[in-house]
Write a protein that binds this ligand. Structure first.
Ligand SMILES: C[S@@+](CC[C@H](N)C(=O)[O-])C[C@H]1O[C@@H](n2cnc3c(N)ncnc32)[C@H](O)[C@@H]1O
Length: 371
């Protein structure tokens, strides 16, 4: 039975997520502001969860209706087929947000949605009290300009949590954003790939996963995997299909950082991701970048001067990094920074720029087609 799915994503990545879904063969893919929709069956939902690199989670849409009053919200919510997914013992917490709507109190909306779903399920299962001692079916709602939309979250932990980066690190880059940078750099496993400010190794690890065409969700579980109302074999099929699509090859991926602790952590993370053998790690100063290969691509995320260093230090670092790279005509650079003076310090204007968000920090991806 066809369903509507909704994939939230970081602003600026809608087009990439749409392309990913189309490559996975999904129908009716529509990229909108901050999310992408598609249609499909339960098996497609499992495939999207297992394989997406740049999307944040996969929600199944129950329905959408005008809701200017609590009554309308209650009736509209109760009319949706919740029993199709939530069994008698299912726990169904509710969260959501409201923007430009008469119903602006999120806790009140949460209470109404909860009551309406409980009324629906109670009537369907012929009980007055639902134990909620089973698996979790997280309900999410949005009220946007007085229109309510309701979903169930099939992913659980966000899809950026691949399972390889458990340790908390300073100023980490979200995995989905690192994957997007690798995709935008069009790295497909050919030539040298370097991240000379690797920190916990996220960009190099995502590059290795992408070069191998390894699905990012192979090593983690998903909320809907425990849902008794879905066919269990869809998950095994999604993982098997993803593994069948993997490539094998010799890749030249290099990750370095001036901080030996960061390099040690990056190595551990790469091991957990199963790609340590594909990445050459070293402790090195990026301002003395010395790779002699004739062509390659650098995808990197140096300190911005907001969280790790003072702005001036960052500017000096960018200037020295720019000087170290000059003259490498066949090298490309994709560098993410929130520092507004990056280009001036680096010494050259980027060929293209793209606005991206690293969490709440507005950044630019500076793209140089040659150095
Ligand atoms: C914003 S963090 C990178 C975070 C990384 N993308 C991640 O996902 O964890 C910047 C990194 O640059 C490193 N760094 C600072 N100055 C450096 C230099 N001169 N050469 C190499 N690395 C440097 C810091 O140690 C830090 O790990």
């Amino acid at each position: 039975m066809s369903m509507e799915f909704y994939v939230p994503c970081l602003f600026g990545l809608e087009g990439l997520v749409g392309d990913e879904l189309r490559r996975l063969g999904m129908d009716a893919v529509r990229a909108e502001n901050g999310h992408v929709r598609f249609s499909g069956e339960a098996a497609d939902m499992a495939r999207a969860n297992v394989s997406l690199r740049c999307g944040e989670r996969v929600l199944v849409e129950l329905g959408s209706f005008p809701a200017e009053s609590f009554d309308a919200l209650f009736e509209g919510t109760r009319a949706l087929p919740w029993e199709r997914f939530i069994p008698r013992a299912g726990a169904f917490p509710v969260k959501g947000h409201s923007l430009s709507s008469a119903l602006h109190s999120v806790p009140d909306c949460q209470r109404i949605v909860k009551k309406a779903v409980a009324a629906r399920l109670g009537a369907k299962y012929g009980v007055e009290w639902l134990p909620e001692n089973g698996e979790t079916y997280q309900i999410q709602f949005s009220l946007m300009k007085d229109v309510a939309t309701l979903w169930l979250d099939t992913s659980g932990a966000g899809l950026h949590k691949r399972g390889y980066r458990p340790a908390a690190v300073a100023a980490p880059l979200r995995e989905t954003l690192a994957a997007a940078m690798v995709t935008l750099a069009r790295y497909r496993g050919k030539g040298d790939f370097c991240d000379p400010f690797c920190g916990s190794g996220t960009i190099a690890i995502e590059a290795a996963l992408s070069a191998k065409n390894r699905a990012c969700g192979l090593r983690r579980g998903f909320a809907a995997e425990k849902w008794t109302t879905l066919p269990p074999e869809i998950w095994q099929t999604a993982r098997r299909e993803a593994m069948d699509r993997e490539f094998a090859g010799d890749y030249r991926i290099y990750a370095s950082d001036i901080d030996p602790k960061a390099v040690a952590l990056a190595k551990q993370n790469a091991e957990r991701a199963g790609v340590a053998d594909l990445i050459g790690f070293s402790v090195a100063d990026a301002t003395k970048f010395s790779r002699e290969t004739e062509r390659g691509v650098i995808v990197t995320n140096p300190p911005y001067g907001e969280r790790l260093m003072e702005k001036r230090d960052a500017e000096t670092l960018y200037r020295q990094f720019g000087a170290a790279l000059r003259g490498r005509e066949n090298w490309k650079l994709y560098l993410l920074s929130s520092h507004t003076e990056f280009e001036r310090s680096f010494g050259r204007e980027a060929d293209r720029k793209r606005k991206l968000y690293n969490g709440m920090i507005k950044c630019d991806l500076y793209m140089y087609d040659r150095l």
